[in-house]
Ligand binder design. Structure first.
Ligand SMILES: Cc1cc2nc3c(=O)[nH]c(=O)nc-3n(C[C@H](O)[C@H](O)[C@H](O)COP(=O)(O)OP(=O)(O)OC[C@H]3O[C@@H](n4cnc5c(N)ncnc54)[C@H](O)[C@@H]3O)c2cc1C
Length: 491
């Protein structure tokens, strides 16, 4: 079997990457060792940026139809005082969708897989297990175990989106940078029968007697997480009677039914190398974080958005140094997010009463203020950018006009948005003048004004390539993207 890109792992990262590649005309094979979508509780939150990616994939409306919003995310003492508060999660974020959205991960994965059915360029095979590969100058040859026996798959590139244990990462001999977080938690998802009896906002109960998380999920579901105490085993806490006792203080008997339960060890790790020759890593294979910031899946989908257009360009003949910008951009972006998740985790996971008292006193003195910058993310400082130009590497907002969204107006691929009267033409970049963009024009003008720029070139993943004069931006873009060799895409 032959394909342009083999994606190992059909979890959220792998299937999103597969969809983005296939929509860019890249023949993509996504394989997953499991017969079906992973059934245990995991992501409950996605941010505005992820819904914008889903918008491109045509599933945003269906995801939003069953997602819910919490206006606040409160970290409370055992007595209910506010240690730290994040607000505005229900307001529109820079991606043009609500900043925080509570979801049911298996439903989202099902919507993504369904989206793939319509694409001739995407092939998803389940029950296929990647076992290893060899690499030469032209491509890779993988061995895969299928229900019908062993087969070989030829691919130009392999992306390991194969989760935390990543066989692809292990085969490549890539190590982890262990950021030292390791806490065991029981996670339970419940079906809700009486929403009125459940909290309406997301909560971390920083009670040293039992650190506890209680968050919304997609419509009809609610999640609790309970930290295991020293000496407690997974078997013990997974017992239904034990779980009923943990839920007793919440007074939800009869309002919910247990749906899924699992014990996880929450870790924080980043792969030291995200690319080795023709092997790349994405999602949990490249990084892991405790779930307190609700960013693991989001980070994997940002990897997919960053990598998809670069792989497509390289397969069309762009210099493959473009792929080196993947880790260069993504690694420094993910580390502060992991640091935030660890800070939240370290706030919650205190079981020593004296240490909890000291934490409470210190944080109550700060009056619940979240860290400066809140949940915002840092721009890239180096990579496929016009380095030094205003706004380069930052996330380009999706402006809204009445019921319309900018991305629907301008479409996929790179954009050049300018306020200049005369504009160059370019068949590979969508060129738009602010004055011809109707209601979108004013906010785009304001963005350019703020950055003191005549034009901005926005990459397909909606990060800013650079600002400056339109001709210079197009030339700089072409230096990265224009084919330098024969395309290797297709049969
Ligand atoms: C309790 C909990 C709560 C979380 N909450 C959030 C949250 O609110 N928000 C958020 O953004 N993230 C959250 N996360 C993290 C999020 O769930 C993960 O980051 C996300 O699922 C990772 O997706 P992935 O596609 O990279 O990996 P996975 O989902 O692990 O997918 C990897 C896939 O690779 C397949 N695979 C593995 N080996 C092979 C092989 N040899 N051959 C073929 N296929 C293979 C597996 O079967 C699997 O389907 C949470 C996680 C946990 C545990």
């Amino acid at each position: 079997m032959k394909t342009d890109v083999l994606v190992v792992g059909g979890g959220p990262t792998g299937i999103t990457l597969g969809l983005l590649l296939a929509r860019a005309g890249v023949r993509t094979l996504v394989i997953d060792k499991e017969a079906d979508i992973y059934p245990l509780p995991r992501a409950a939150h996605i941010d505005h940026e992820i819904v914008r990616i889903f918008q491109e994939l045509g599933i945003a409306e269906s995801v939003m139809a069953t997602s819910r919003r919490s206006s606040r995310y409160d970290f409370l003492t055992a007595g209910g005082e506010v240690l730290m508060r994040f607000e505005g999660m229900d307001r529109i974020g820079p991606g043009g969708w609500p900043a925080g959205n509570m979801i049911h991960q298996p439903s989202i994965e099902a919507a993504l897989r369904e989206g793939g059915r319509k694409l001739d360029t995407l092939d998803l095979r389940t029950g296929w297990t990647w076992t290893g590969c060899r690499e030469d100058a032209a491509g890779t040859v993988s061995t895969v175990t299928t229900p019908d026996g062993e087969t070989e798959i030829l691919a130009r590139y392999i992306v390991g989106a194969d989760g935390a244990r990543s066989p692809v990462r292990n085969a490549a001999g890539i190590e982890f940078d262990d950021l030292q977080f390791d806490e065991p938690w029981l996670v339970i998802d419940t079906i809700v029968h009486d929403p009125e009896r459940l909290p309406k906002i997301n909560l971390q109960i920083c009670d040293p007697a039992r650190p506890t998380t209680c968050v919304l999920m997609g419509e009809g579901r609610h999640r609790w997480e309970f930290m295991l105490k020293p000496g407690e085993s997974a078997e013990q806490v997974l017992d239904d009677a034990f779980i009923a006792a943990l839920l007793k203080p919440w007074n939800v008997d009869g309002a919910i039914t247990l749906e899924r339960k699992a014990v996880y060890r929450f870790n924080a790790k980043v792969a030291t190398q995200w690319r080795k020759g023709r092997l790349l890593l994405a999602g949990d294979a490249a990084h892991q974080m405790p779930p307190f910031a609700g960013q693991g899946l989001c980070t994997g989908l940002r990897d997919a958005a960053n990598l998809a257009w670069k792989l497509a360009a390289v397969l069309r003949g762009a210099d493959d140094r473009l792929l080196d910008t993947y880790q260069q951009e993504r690694d420094p972006h993910v580390r502060p997010i992991i640091a935030m998740a660890m800070m939240m985790g370290r706030t919650v996971c205190i079981t020593d009463p004296a240490a909890a008292k000291a934490r409470d006193e210190q944080m109550l003195a700060a009056r619940g203020q979240p860290p400066a910058g809140g949940l915002g993310h840092q721009p890239f400082s180096a990579g496929c950018l016009v380095e030094g130009s205003a706004g380069a590497g930052s996330y380009f907002p999706q402006t809204l006009a009445s019921e319309q969204k900018l991305d629907d107006e301008l479409g996929t691929g790179p954009w050049l948005i300018a306020r200049s009267k005369t504009l160059p033409s370019n068949s590979d970049v969508k060129i738009a003048r602010t004055t011809t963009l109707g209601e979108f024009g004013a906010p785009l003008e304001a963005w350019l004004e703020k950055h003191d720029a005549e034009a901005v070139l926005v990459r397909p993943d909606r990060y800013v390539f650079g600002t400056g004069a339109p001709d210079a931006l197009l030339r700089a873009w072409s230096d990265w993207i224009a084919p330098k060799s024969q395309p290797t895409i297709g049969p």
